[in-house]
Design a binder for this molecule. Structure first.
Ligand code: BDR
Ligand code: CA
Length: 309
């Protein structure tokens, strides 16, 4: 299996992404999970990660990372994700605790001690990853690739041009995009196509306990989606995991992408060079299309697996 570290801020869609990865141990070996302030403050989202793991009895080490962005103050996604950061299902208290190490040292140890290169799967502001590769640039060579959820070439969701994970910490995102580590970008271009609809959520709630829990997460998550004018609920973060499992479900383009940190209208925008003759070599595989039906089947089957069916 591919050794991965998931960096997250659960977050409804983060929780679903973690479950998706957990369902495929023959393909993905989750060496650890790191958390970062994003959808809610660090303590809340870390507790959410631990609760999700407890719910499916997965004793995977969780390390707490940055409370907020490299510069400025944390802007949370509380409007979409609620007071707890993962409102909806009444999950039992966690059986697990975070490790004593901070996220950066935790990732560093895993990467250094691993025989194989590690794949990072960030689905939150990129603060932890930027801190890691800035403090220990030598680890870049030991990172196989970064499959991340963040950005969008066509539009944003916090501002006209910026997607939440990039918007919260544009400086960190820029460091990561310009790091030279190969990136696979699940941005809004593809994640908005990876939407789950009401009838599918109802179906989840007729299945086993893990599927039901995901259905309840999505019930809450869809409230804000509806308010913002969406019919389906974009499963943003699961795309970054689904690509690792089944890259053939996606259409993509290799492009040079970086992040605008200064523009008045464009701070936090992922900017791609789509010219016929770009100035620089591509650093990112940008996912632009998905076979939604096949992705849904993957999700349902994965949750069934966790439900033991
Ligand atoms: C991203 O922002 C968060 O609210 C979600 O968890 C996802 O990572 C989507 O813009
Ligand atoms: Ca997230």
């Amino acid at each position: 299996p591919t050794p991965i570290i998931i960096d997250c801020d659960p977050g409804h869609d983060d929780a679903i992404a973690i479950l998706l990865a957990l369902a495929h141990p023959e393909q993905l070996e989750i060496r650890g999970i790191t958390t970062v302030g994003g959808n809610q403050i660090l303590d809340k989202i870390t507790d959410n990660a631990l609760k999700v793991l407890s719910f499916v009895n997965a004793d995977i080490p969780v390390a707490k990372g940055a409370v907020g962005p490299l510069l400025g103050k944390l802007v949370t996604g509380a409007e979409a994700h609620g007071e707890s950061g993962m409102d909806g299902p009444a999950l039992p208290a966690s059986k697990f605790k975070p490790v004593d190490q901070g996220a950066v040292e935790f990732m560093l140890d895993i990467i250094r001690s691993s025989e194989e290169k590690i794949t990072l799967v960030p689905m939150a502001p990129l603060t932890n990853i930027a801190l890691l590769i800035t403090a220990y640039p030598e680890v870049k060579e030991r990172i196989e690739k970064i499959s991340l959820m963040g950005g969008g070439l066509a539009y944003g969701n916090v501002t006209v041009t910026a997607e939440f994970n990039i918007y919260v910490d544009p400086e960190a995102a820029r460091i990561v995009y310009e790091s030279g580590i190969p990136i696979v970008m699940s941005g809004l271009d593809v994640t908005d196509q990876a939407a789950i609809f009401e009838d599918e959520i109802l179906e989840l709630k007729r299945r086993g306990p893990v599927s039901v829990m995901v259905g309840e997460l999505l019930d809450f998550y869809s409230i804000y989606g509806k308010k913002m004018g969406y019919v389906g609920n974009a499963l943003h973060d699961p795309c970054a995991v689904a690509w690792l499992l089944h890259p053939e479900l996606f259409e993509s383009q290799h492009l040079y992408v970086t992040v605008e940190t200064e523009g008045k209208l464009t701070r936090g925008m992922t900017v791609a060079d789509r010219r016929k003759k770009p100035d620089r070599a591509a650093n990112t595989e940008v996912l632009l299309g998905i076979d939604r039906e096949a992705f849904m089947k993957l999700l349902f089957d994965s949750l069934d697996r966790l439900d033991g069916e």
